[in-house]
Design a protein around this ligand. Structure first.
Ligand SMILES: [Zn+2]
Length: 327
């Protein structure tokens, strides 16, 4: 979690529609018994579910929870007695898991507030039988103190009968800028945050990629390549040939990643945009002062990127060489 910033402020900035929907229902006390948060990975679905749980239970907040009191902290750390979080993102959610929720929530609440919340992350991974059981449970008026929150990247795989009982809240992909800022706030190197956020657009992937050998190798090559390109295109080509094209493993993914970085650079140059890293910005400044044809260069990169797409069968080293010649 970002230090010093309340999640509700991040939500307001990065998912304004979701923020407004939640704000309205909390302020008007029209909170639904069941929610479906749908949208791609890395869009703050889980953080928002936790904020909703906190806002239903915390006594210190105004519309949203205070996010600071003991109750809010326990909810965030998943040690609050009347909150159940099921992580179904990587595995199927079996009937027993649902039965366990029903059993725990059948009794009087463990906490004073007697307000219970369960969150099922990856709700599409619940087996049908589990979904049917849960449906009966959420429909039972006896369970009016229970709020159910389903999180899903593929809501079309959830039973329509469940979906129809839920208030649906769609989450949009975060902007590259937001992903980059969040990664930097977590202490990532600025150049890594920038390159990876703009190429992969999803924080989880960025965090997984940043230590990978292939990525680090390509980043170093990208820096060496741009430095060489300042002087001489042939020298730049030699850098790439030595690093990527003569190695035994002429991995298409690695070559594509390199093309993605060069493409990002020329796209920024053409748009007169700056990055967040000193070396990157100095390099942009250098090329701005030369009479490089930025439009042609970007075009060469875009063609190479499309020819390196997974379904294409072109020779990756050849595509890359052609791209560099046309820069
Ligand atoms: Zn609180």
């Amino acid at each position: 979690m970002n230090k010093g910033r309340k999640f509700q402020d991040i939500l307001k900035e990065e998912q304004p529609v979701v923020y407004q929907m939640m704000y309205n229902s909390l302020r008007n006390r029209k909170v639904s018994h069941a929610y479906l948060f749908s949208g791609p990975r890395g869009t703050h679905k889980k953080d928002t579910a936790i904020l909703l749980a906190q806002s239903l239970i915390c006594e210190n907040g105004e519309v949203f929870a205070c996010e600071e009191c003991n109750t809010c902290r326990r909810i965030r750390e998943n040690t609050y007695g009347d909150l159940i979080y099921v992580d179904g993102r990587e595995a199927t959610v079996k009937t027993e898991v649902v039965e366990d929720i029903m059993e725990r929530f059948d009794m009087t609440g463990m906490e004073e507030a007697n307000r219970k919340v369960f969150i099922i992350d990856g709700a599409e991974h619940m087996i049908d039988n589990a979904q049917s059981k849960l449906l009966k449970f959420i429909e039972d008026p006896m369970n009016s103190s229970v709020t159910s929150i389903f999180l899903s990247e593929n809501p079309e795989r959830i039973l329509p009968t469940i979906i129809s009982r839920c208030q649906r809240i769609p989450f949009s992909p975060l902007s590259e800028e937001a992903v980059c800022r969040e990664c930097e706030e977590e202490g990532m190197d600025p150049l890594d945050s920038y390159l990876l956020a703009y190429i992969y657009k999803d924080k989880e992937t960025v965090l997984a990629m940043k230590e990978k050998k292939d990525y680090l190798k390509v980043k170093t090559l990208f820096i060496d390549f741009m430095e060489a390109l300042k002087k001489d295109k042939n020298q730049a080509l030699v850098e790439v040939e030595t690093a990527l094209l003569t190695s035994k493993k002429k991995d298409k993914k690695t070559i594509k990643l390199f093309a993605d970085m060069v493409s990002l650079f020329f796209s920024d140059l053409l748009k007169n945009k700056t990055g967040n890293d000193a070396w990157y910005n100095q390099t942009l400044d250098f090329f701005k002062k030369t009479n490089y044809n930025n439009y042609n260069s970007l075009n060469a990169c875009l063609i190479a990127q499309s020819r390196l797409a997974p379904k294409e069968r072109n020779s990756a080293p050849l595509v890359l060489e052609q791209m560099i010649y046309q820069l």
